[in-house]
Design a protein around this ligand. Structure first.
Ligand SMILES: Nc1ncnc2c1ncn2[C@@H]1O[C@H](COP(=O)(O)OP(=O)(O)OP(=O)(O)O)[C@@H](O)[C@H]1O
Length: 132
């Protein structure tokens, strides 16, 4: 997912280019905007965390791009490409180091397991929208 800060800043194209150049195939993609309720559902796992309300507000504040990516070892390789959650700790050359504004507005999201990738892919795309 390309988050609202990166979309608003006009960085979506540059981020997608980095993703493709790193060997990921985009198999489904759309621009959309989450409602606060849907943002809350997407990040439900964080509902007890102190930043949850702000996160839901931020994630529904503007358009995002949702995409399903395909690659061998995709989860691990994508998390390496995006870098640490807090851009201050992200390695040089990672998407978050280059584009993130803060620990919250950190440009992109990546699934943390194959299982969650399937759940999150289904969250955004119906079967008929998927090119699988
Ligand atoms: N301490 C914090 N303060 C504010 N927002 C935070 C904080 N920690 C995490 N977040 C926000 O919540 C999101 C989810 O947190 P998580 O710990 O799952 O990080 P992540 O797995 O690197 O990010 P993501 O799940 O978006 O890929 C972060 O990407 C960030 O936008």
């Amino acid at each position: 997912m390309i988050k609202p800060d990166a979309f608003e800043a006009g960085n979506s194209g540059a981020i997608l280019k980095m993703i493709e150049e790193a060997g990921f195939k985009i198999v489904a993609m759309k621009a959309t905007q989450l409602t606060p309720v849907l943002a809350g559902k997407f990040y439900e796992v964080h509902k007890e965390r102190p930043f949850y309300a702000d996160l839901c507000k931020y994630m529904s504040s503007g358009p995002i791009i949702a995409a399903i990516l395909e690659k061998d070892n995709a989860v691990e390789d994508f998390r390496a490409l995006i870098g640490a959650t807090n851009p201050a700790n992200a390695a040089e050359g990672t998407i978050r180091k280059i584009f993130a504004k803060s620990i919250e507005a950190n440009a992109v999201h990546g699934s943390d397991s194959d299982e969650n990738a399937a759940i999150e892919g289904n969250f955004y795309f119906s079967q008929t929208e998927r090119v699988l």
